[in-house]
Design a protein around this ligand. Sequence first.
Ligand code: HEM
Length: 461
Amino acid sequence: MTDKLKSAEMMPGNTGLPLIGNTVSAFTKFEQFYWERNQQHGNIFRVSMPGLFNNIACLVGPEANRLVFKDEADKLSSRLGNKFLSPILTPDMVLMQDGQQHRISRKLILPVFLPQAIASYFDIIQAVVSETIDNWGRQGTIDLSAELHKLTLKMVVKIFLGSEKTSEIEQVSEWFTILVDSLNGVIKWDNPLTMHGRGQAARRKIFDYVRQIIQERGARGDLEQSTDVLSLLLNTIDEDGNRFTETQVINQAIGFLFAGHDTTSSLMSWLLFELGNSHEWQQRLRAEQQQVMGNNPITISQLRQLPDLTNTIKEGERMYPPGFLICRMAMADIEYGGYLIPAGWFVCIFPQLTQRMPEIYQNPDTFDPDRFAPPREEDKKQPYSLIGFGGGVHSCIGVELAQMEMKIILSTLLQKYDWSVTPTTAEIAPVRRPFSMQKQLRAKFVPINPLQGGVPEGWGG
Ligand code: HEM
């Protein structure tokens, strides 16, 4: 380290009021708060939320992403940086681990995400999608975020827990929603009168439910031979003899439910919003599908043959990454942009702020999937320009599963319906608060006559 480094305390940024710092505005405005700071102070700024996140170094751009995911990754703790998720994720879950412990767990969960396993989830996803969206055309106006939340939660409960009965899936989904909502509870007291307490009660119910599944299946003797998720987690042993205990398996599974549903439903909501506002893109994607699969449902081998669909999903990831910030805590001093960030500070990077930088992406507030097609390939010009699925050792292990889910949902919808969305792009773009605004999105789905070759009447196909 050189003596010329400035203290992180000198980073630009108004650290707010005495005692409460920026807490109120950061919690009420959330993403917009960081947008505004970024506009005001540039790509390095400081925020303070005493008691919760005392000092945060906020860093924006591909260089900052590289610092966190690669250059200084060993000095940055995901366990401490993500502590705010501890009501849901125990120290058993990969995201809440660092170093050797993380390496061991990541290896033990890998079988659940290998191509062979992902392929075995295909039929489950397709069945859930078809049965769920079947009546969307008769439902009038659909609350996109709520419906997609239900759909993605149902998929992960089926895939990760193997639940079959609708009543059980609904019950687990309800407990899970209470648990996730409880993150907003300010008083962290485990008591039925607090949001946090109700969340923890729901977590205990989910835990007991998963334990019961494992024990019933163990008693029937069908855990050893099976290749479903719980069996894979229970039976995998690494070359040093490490394996998960039953409690660790249950906590990993709860972690998968958390990591794997709101993320996908949020990105899907915004994709349907952009496509609902662009009949041109709906038509283009339909034409691509028509060429590859006609009017038949998509097959697993066709998933990779749809470049326009792939670029559309990438554009959704760029504009509306579900994880607005990625958080770590410095365990040793680190240097960035002429500042010394001391051990104990939080270091946050921002996928959405990076991915709307005009230096990287042309007209960044415009939905334009072609930016990912050759020769433009705007994300390839500088590493760490597209980080919606994270990067480095904690990068999203569910990325292939998420991509498959989104392709199945989109291709099924495109074949069956034409849709429009309110509010329109003109009314709300550029969206600076996707997390809260996604709750406003409403869509109307109009069935397409398959005899018209999948192109809706009136669209001149
Ligand atoms: C559109 C959907 C998804 C998005 C945008 C997404 C995004 C992310 C991001 C940004 C991270 C890194 C977090 C960090 O570094 O702090 C992450 C990690 C993770 N994701 Fe995803 N995710 C998605 C879907 C899924 C799915 C379906 C699963 C399935 C279980 C999943 C499982 C995980 C796990 C287990 C981790 C932690 C990995 C580790 O710590 O080693 N994600 N995800």
